[in-house]
Design a protein. Structure first.
Length: 397
């Protein structure tokens, strides 16, 4: 049976009763949005996670296939991405963007595999006087083993689980069986299967925590630093003093922060995204996101790449039908898109050092952090103004 068919069985065969409310009957996961499914999955509902996987796994396989160029490796990479998503679901900040988040995990898995391949090939070439051996065969087990070092690391963590938990995790998350199929295979009840999955997921999260910290530490010292948009701060204009709006970013695996001043419109749009504000009509950034998706593309990464004379520079890393591309962008624009799509935000370590660790950078950060208006206040003020404008319009009609 194909992986997609097995994952669909998770949706078709596993419909749990809502605890404490039997009158509601069985849950129909297919009518739920991603945010609801993420919430249920975090509460231990594996059926909800199964629906998320069935819904988004084909997209992840497609992304991995474009990057790796091999269907078999793409399936393996997508499988690891699903497992990583399972054990790190609590780290997802925007549940409604689960699909984009899972796709980003898959893309990162593929990049890590490709880096491993390049590193192994370089080492072998150095040892053999410049010849790295025969042309690799994509389906050869040895070549796959080299490319899948990260996957083996995750699977080793699975292998260290107690036997019962290990069997349940492998059958449910990696093979793709439904709860009832796992129960039948192990000769236990469905409730016992859920218990083992819950304990296994918790153990994997703890087991892999050190790995995440190592990767994050390496990223902060040898490559772009992963950050997240924390808040928007604003100082209202008064007299000759102009209004100022700043975006504050925080290091994902540390305490460093970054302040980027932006225009009022761009800051307001980021505030909308952070607050999850429902807009009656799509604004410019929602339109750009939809347009990108309609053409078969996606934002894979938002980067802040430069700082010159107080001006920040950015790049949008886009994955599309023609392959990956880097597009110059203002940081305010690419950060807006990253919030809407769930794409990771990364900052060049030199930029971060200059903007946050220098004396002037620290002074600017302290100034922006002290602005009186925060994200919620900015959104509330805009909504109140829209209500006043609407009421005035209706009054004059």
């Amino acid at each position: 049976m194909s992986p997609s068919r097995k994952h669909q069985q998770i949706v078709d065969n596993v419909h749990d009763l809502i605890p404490g409310n039997p009158g509601h009957g069985k849950r129909d996961y297919r009518v739920m949005d991603d945010a609801t499914l993420v919430r249920l999955a975090r509460e231990g509902d594996e059926g909800a996670f199964g629906e998320l996987v069935a819904r988004h796994r084909p997209m992840v396989v497609g992304v991995c296939r474009r990057v790796l160029g091999d269907p078999g490796l793409a399936e393996d990479a997508a499988q690891e991405a699903v497992l990583l998503a399972m054990v790190s679901l609590d780290r997802l900040e925007r549940p409604e963007r689960f699909g984009a988040w899972l796709g980003g995990i898959g893309l990162n898995v593929c990049r890590r595999w490709r880096r491993d391949q390049v590193r192994e090939a370089w080492s072998l070439a150095a040892l053999t006087g410049g010849r790295a051996g025969p042309d690799p065969v994509p389906d050869e087990p040895a070549e796959r083993a080299e490319a899948a070092e990260a996957a083996r690391r995750v699977r080793r963590a699975v292998g260290r689980l107690p036997a019962g938990q290990r069997a349940a995790v492998v059958l449910f998350y990696l093979v793709g069986m439904a709860h009832r199929e796992v129960a039948a295979a192990l000769g236990i009840g469905v409730g016992a299967v859920k218990t083992r999955l819950h304990k296994g997921r918790a153990a994997l999260r703890e087991e892999l925590a050190a790995w995440w910290r190592e990767d994050d530490m390496a990223a902060t010292t040898t490559g772009p630093v992963t950050m997240r948009v924390a808040e928007v701060r604003r100082q209202p204009g008064e007299g000759e003093r102009p209004e100022k709006t700043a975006i504050l970013l925080r290091e994902a695996a540390g305490e460093r922060r970054l302040c980027i001043w932006v225009g009022a419109f761009e800051g307001l749009q980021i505030a909308f995204a952070l607050e999850g504000t429902d807009l009656p009509r799509p604004m410019a950034y929602q339109f750009m996101t939809s347009l990108l998706a309609a053409t078969g593309g996606r934002l894979a990464e938002a980067r802040v790449t430069g700082l010159e004379d107080g001006t920040f520079y950015g790049v949008a890393v886009v994955e599309g039908p023609a392959g990956p591309a880097e597009v110059d962008a203002r940081p305010s624009d690419v950060l807006n898109l990253a919030l809407l799509t769930g794409a990771p935000v990364r900052v060049d370590p030199g930029v971060l050092a200059e903007a946050s660790e220098s004396e002037r950078g620290a002074r600017y950060l302290a100034e922006a952090s002290a602005y009186p208006d925060g994200t919620a206040a900015i959104v509330a003020e805009f909504q109140a103004e829209m209500e006043r404008t609407r009421a005035e319009y209706l009054r004059r009609r």
